[in-house]
Design a protein around this ligand. Structure first.
Ligand SMILES: C[S@@+](CC[C@H](N)C(=O)[O-])C[C@H]1O[C@@H](n2cnc3c(N)ncnc32)[C@H](O)[C@@H]1O
Length: 452
């Protein structure tokens, strides 16, 4: 008896048929699989053993959904109505193409894109409360997105669809905005050289300015931190997904979404896996750091302000500083920018003026004075969470035997990760404090011995 072709599977098949009809090449050793059982939606899996550097599929550039390729672009050029923001442009293009229904060449693609999201934008206030003091709660940006959509997207869509009211358009904008956030690629042209760091990531500024595009099928690959085995290459006429290592039949193909802390993974993609634990961070706000330093060191308000203004002028002042888990590559949990900020605000006035005259900053070197301030910052930060790490670990152990909503489980994982980062940074500072005290005791004992 034939297996019933549910609409999920039928949509996947129609999507693949559409791709091939439009000139995409798809390796017959891969399949677009139904991974809903493991909570991953669709994913790409190997159906045969694949070699390293093997082409999985290639997508002709005209199939990539970009603002420039969409039907709205020519209209905006005619009206002089373009936006400078590449994200808003793509969201607008997606809305307009989606509303064209079967008139749009991308209709079979929209049929496999999600309508429901677990990213933080869609969490209720009570679900967000489970994240406690995580700084990610302040980075969701729903109000800012609403404002940008009202100002730029709603009027442009209304011009084309008078039948839609503002709320309908806002809902669509959030849906497309979240799709773009978790599916879009930075589209490198085959000509432009961009600066990539050692791990192959563009800097945040480069990232923001690159045009954004939706690459059908390339965005059906899931990701799981260290399990990355495929990558998209930007060639002249097409975008090509290739294996990075040999892949066995039955294994899933994973793209790389970047070294994201689990809080950000949840914010942008709405899922978590343990493999991202290594990237967890907890944020110390500039305000917390500055206020703590002021109160411990009894610093002068005006002096501190002048140091902050100077760091801002040098473009090295941040709103928040990520404390991370120490690793072999980066053994200190504290970013150099945080040490520079602290070193700068505790400098004497003379030393500050000397550095300023040469447009310099202090070296990011840890000192006992900075350690004392940081320890106090971390303890204050720890107290901002409503429960302790131990309480959360005990709570997590009850999840196996009781039914708990998925979003709550993910929130508890995120706050456990952040509290572990805090606990480990606090332990490292306390160890260093007690090592310094032992060192002082030994020096004193040695002196005494010499005197006796
Ligand atoms: C670029 S899409 C990948 C294709 C997606 N699975 C689909 O069905 O359309 C990114 C989304 O896939 C899901 N995802 C990716 N990797 C995952 C993983 N390792 N575990 C669970 N969900 C994952 C998340 O919902 C994420 O927002």
């Amino acid at each position: 008896m034939a297996v019933p072709n549910d609409s999920f599977q039928a949509k996947s098949e129609a999507f693949l048929a559409w791709l091939k009809e439009k000139g995409a090449m798809v390796n017959d050793g891969i399949a677009l699989a139904d991974l809903r059982q493991s909570g991953k939606g669709r994913g790409v899996v190997a159906t045969k053993d694949l070699a390293e550097d093997e082409t999985l599929f290639s997508i002709p550039r005209p199939l990539v959904l970009t603002y420039e390729a969409s039907s709205v672009f020519a209209e905006h050029i005619r009206l002089g109505n373009q936006l400078a923001d590449p994200w808003l442009n793509l969201i607008l293009a997606m809305i307009v193409e989606y509303l064209r229904g079967s008139e749009s060449q991308w209709k079979p693609y929209f049929d496999v894109l999600p309508r429901r999201f677990d990213s933080l934008m869609f969490w209720s206030p009570s679900e967000l409360e489970e994240l406690q003091a995580s700084a990610v709660v302040h980075k969701i940006g729903k109000e800012d997105a609403d404002q940008a959509f009202r100002e730029h997207v709603v009027p442009r869509v209304t011009c084309l669809h008078e039948e839609l009211d503002e709320d309908d358009i806002l809902d669509l904008a959030h849906r497309m905005g979240s799709t773009v956030m978790s599916y879009a690629f930075d589209i490198e042209s085959d000509k432009v050289e961009i600066d990539l760091d050692e791990e192959g990531y563009a800097s945040e500024d480069e990232d923001e300015s690159l045009p954004k595009g939706m690459v059908p099928l390339a965005d059906m690959l899931n990701a799981d931190a260290a399990r990355n085995n495929a990558r998209l290459f930007y060639e002249k006429d097409e975008l090509v997904m290739k294996t990075l290592c040999p892949v066995k039949a039955g294994e899933e193909l994973f793209n790389d979404y970047g070294p994201l802390p689990r809080s950000d993974l949840l914010r942008r993609y709405g899922y978590l896996t343990d493999n991202y634990q290594a990237y967890d961070v907890t944020e110390l706000s500039q305000d917390l750091v500055v206020q703590t330093a002021k109160s411990i060191e009894d610093l002068n308000e005006t002096e501190v302000e002048s140091r902050l203004t100077y760091l801002d002028f040098l473009a090295i002042l941040e709103d928040g500083y990520d404390v991370s888990r120490p690793s072999a590559d980066s053994p200190s949990p504290f970013p150099p920018e945080l040490l520079v900020l602290l070193a700068m605000i505790v400098l004497s006035r003379d030393e500050f003026l000397k550095l300023k005259s040469r447009e310099k900053t202090p070296k990011p070197t840890m000192t006992p004075q900075l350690e004392r301030i940081l320890l106090c910052c971390l303890e204050k930060r720890q107290a901002e969470y409503e429960t302790t790490l131990e309480e959360d670990i005990a709570l997590k152990s009850t999840f196996e035997t009781s039914h708990v909503p998925e979003r709550k489980i993910m929130a508890v994982e995120v706050r456990i990760g952040e509290k572990q980062v805090l606990a480990s940074a606090i332990a490292s500072l306390r160890n260093s404090e007690s090592a310094a005290m032992t060192g002082q005791d030994e020096t004193r004992a040695n002196k005494r011995q010499r005197i006796n």
